[in-house]
Design a protein around this ligand. Structure first.
Ligand code: CP
Ligand code: NVA
Length: 303
């Protein structure tokens, strides 16, 4: 049966294994693997991308396969061909489809109608493949995931949602610090709390950034205005300003805390330059790990 990665929960029982495989692939970066030989990945991007696009495309090349970038504006999808028909047609050509979409329901619809695996390459609800690289980076830095405290400050967005789920299933305490009205998705929060009960971790949403960051092993933030939020950018910048990651706030974290950001970043808004460019920052290691984790995911999906 084909399998999809639409949510972090689709990797619930194998996140550790995927991270271990990613580390192995990183160590043997130029060893030749041909798990994707003669296989093709179709990548639909409704929104811009640097990391996701290049890491997926490079991953396919290094696994002996090929990737095709598909911009909906250049496809019949942009002229009204349905997501379902697109899924059926692409399934006849390619072996895996990745989809970066505005709407989560479109990703679900594509997956339901495709006969090949579908990878969610970010939508308005989750960014599951990002979290694998984030957690790999933390494992490299800290040697473990269970028992760590991760603080996320800012907008309770797609990345925050996926971090909550990932933290809950790996036994990490996840504290989200955000103003009222910017909380993560309610259903995701519920699912994360439910998982956390069995892994023994804590899932906390607080309006107090100091409580969120206190003694944290990792401090994470993301853009305040996500792709598609352009019309509310100014309001968000005003509402979220007390949740900036700066040297004052990180002084409450553990001394050896790791700073993470999925990137792209806006210095002076969600994070200050001294933090993102400082000694505790692992954001470029995290970005590189997108390649190794994407390789591991494709490797497993094509198995
Ligand atoms: N972090 C991330 O997904 O980056 P891109 O938008 O550049 O793909
Ligand atoms: N939350 C951001 C993540 C970008 C990788 C967005 O959706 O634009």
């Amino acid at each position: 049966m084909k399998r999809d990665i639409i949510s972090v929960l689709d990797m619930e029982n194998e996140l550790d294994e995927i991270i271990d495989l990613s580390m192995k692939l990183k160590r043997n970066r130029y060893e030749s693997y041909d798990h994707a030989r003669n296989r093709v990945l179709g990548m639909i991007f409704e929104k811009p991308s640097t990391r996701t696009r290049v890491s997926l495309e490079t991953a396919m090349a290094q696994l002996g396969g090929h990737a095709i970038y598909l911009n909906p504006n250049d496809m019949q999808m942009g002229r009204g061909e349905t997501v379902a028909d697109t899924a059926r047609v692409l399934s006849g050509f390619v072996d895996v489809i990745s989809y970066r979409a505005f709407s989560h329901s479109n990703v679900v619809e594509l997956a339901q109608n495709a006969s090949v695996p579908v990878i969610n390459a970010l939508d308005d609800l989750e960014h599951p493949v990002q979290i694998v690289a984030d957690f790999m980076t933390l494992k490299e830095k800290k040697g473990r995931l269970g028992g760590l405290k991760l603080a996320y400050l800012g907008d309770g967005n797609n990345v925050a949602n996926s971090l909550l789920l990932g933290g809950a299933i790996t036994g990490m305490d996840v504290y989200v610090g955000c103003p009222r009205g910017y909380e993560p998705n309610k259903e995701i929060l519920e699912k994360a709390k439910q998982r956390a009960r069995s892994t023994g971790s804590s899932i906390v949403v607080t309006q107090d950034p100091v409580e969120a960051v206190k003694d944290a092993d990792a401090v994470y933030t993301d853009v305040w205005a996500s792709m598609g939020d352009e019309s509310v950018r100014e309001k968000k910048e005003k509402d979220l300003k007390n949740f900036q990651v700066n040297s004052e706030i990180v002084s409450h974290a553990k001394k050896d805390y790791t700073f993470l950001h999925c990137l792209p970043a806006h210095r002076g808004l969600e994070v200050t330059g001294d933090v993102i460019d400082g000694v505790n920052s692992a954001v470029f290691q995290e970005a590189e790990n997108r390649l190794h984790t994407e390789k591991a995911l494709i490797y497993r999906l094509l198995e």
